[in-house]
Ligand binder design. Structure first.
Ligand SMILES: *Cc1c(COP(=O)(O)O)cnc(C)c1O
Length: 399
């Protein structure tokens, strides 16, 4: 059976060109970039080339890019680094409840350290209202962090508007752009951000590598202490192959993004429309227009997301419930809950995330298989009792 991968938002396969670029840095060119000799200089040159490739994709200067061990580390670095550098000025952070756990858990940690965090609400589409951010600012606010595009529902946030508000108040602004970079245009000057997080494995690079953009002049305390690598901002011997891989991945993205975004948008809409048309009691989650080209998140009411996932997997289709929660917890997605979805709908969500190698046939296969799975599961659903008696109010019921 051919397996169909529709979980690109969780991770992407490493692009063959990326693999090819990385390989020599495990073997012949294995030098430590801090070494003065030719092995070291070869590795150093490779890192600086990658830095330029990453910077080019997001419109940054080379020396504004710091390589990190992951997207999670970039988020941790941004938040902890800024509040540590600015704690003489205040202790207040503004973020949103739909952030990735890398930001939310860092905020929770900082709250325990005595910082105070305001979580501005989102609307039914998962959008932050810039005026809510403005209202939340106090004279103690030192950092605003709002994600660029949401990983579960695909909604693209009004980052430039929020960043402008932050700039007017002379407050640093960070955005987690892990889902957007390499997929839609991201330019640090257009967005007017001070810090921006990137992860390698969400854009066809390797896992375990990320980058933090830090605008020149932004005060950030180092997060890792040790040697003076990355100009003292991130100690530890550089992961040269992974850095080269991230560089190559951003170069490919720069080249292929426009065409790919167009192709994926068409496939995505085909999938969304197909599901909404062929299956009753469904709705799209996230913003209908302002959404990532590759994200289709739907609630298929009166069926549990996990049951659909397992059945899809048996049919060779790999998707996600969109919630990053561990399987032991039965908590619904924090994103869908923040958007105001009743638990019933939050529990019946499915996220299909498309990518470079998704085809028309893949989408058709989902549309062929899913309605049957849904009818089968609804027929035995404890949520509705009987298979034929759907409530007239599709948002009703209890979970
Ligand atoms: C995947 C992801 C991260 C974490 O990146 P890792 O490299 O896996 O640590 C952070 N934020 C968002 C929005 C993500 O999708």
């Amino acid at each position: 059976m051919k397996r169909i991968y529709l979980d690109y938002a969780a991770t992407t396969p490493t692009h063959p060109e990326v693999m090819k670029a990385m390989l020599p840095y495990f073997t012949d060119s294995f030098g430590n970039p801090s070494s003065i000799h030719s092995f070291g200089q070869e590795a150093r040159d490779a890192i600086e080339k990658a830095r330029n490739q990453v910077a080019t994709l997001i419109g940054a200067k080379d020396d504004e890019i710091v390589f990190t061990g992951s997207g999670t580390e970039a988020d941790n670095f941004a938040l902890k680094g800024v509040v540590s550098a600015k704690q003489d000025k205040g202790n207040h952070i503004i973020t949103s409840p739909i952030e990735h756990h890398a930001v939310l858990e860092t905020c929770k940690f900082l709250e325990k350290q005595g910082f105070s965090v305001t979580y501005v609400p989102v609307d039914g589409y998962g959008m932050v209202d810039p005026s809510d951010v403005k209202k939340a600012i106090t004279n103690k606010t030192i950092l605003i962090s709002i994600m660029h595009a949401n990983n579960e529902v695909g909604t693209i946030e009004p980052v430039a508007e929020i960043a402008n508000i932050a700039r007017e108040s002379e407050i640093y602004f960070h955005t987690d752009a892990v889902q957007g970079v390499g997929h839609i245009p991201v330019d640090v000057d257009n967005l007017n951000v001070d810090l921006l997080s990137i992860s390698g494995h969400k854009l066809y690079g390797p896992k375990g590598i990320g980058a933090l953009y830090i605008r020149k002049g932004t005060r950030v305390s180092p997060f890792m202490h040790g040697g003076g690598q990355e100009k003292g901002k991130r100690a530890s011997t550089e992961n040269v192959p992974a850095i080269v891989g991230l560089g190559k991945a951003t170069e490919i993205a720069y080249r292929e993004m426009p065409e790919e975004a167009q192709k994926l948008t068409a496939l995505r809409d085909q999938l969304i429309e197909g599901i909404l048309k062929s299956i009753e009691y469904t709705q799209l989650n996230g913003h209908p227009q302002r959404r990532l080209p590759n994200n289709a998140n739907v609630s298929i009411n009166y069926v549990e997301g996990e049951s659909m996932l397992l059945n899809l997997d048996l049919a060779g289709i790999c998707a996600s419930t969109g919630s990053a929660c561990s399987s032991e917890e039965l908590e619904p997605s924090h994103v869908l809950v923040a958007m105001g979805l009743p638990h019933l709908q939050a529990h019946s969500s499915l996220r299909f995330s498309l990518g470079k190698w998704t085809t028309d046939e893949d989408i058709n296969q989902v549309l062929n298989v899913l309605p049957g799975i849904v009818s089968k599961l609804r027929a035995m659903s404890p949520l509705i009792g009987t298979s034929t008696n759907f409530p007239t109010n599709p948002t009703g019921g209890n979970s």
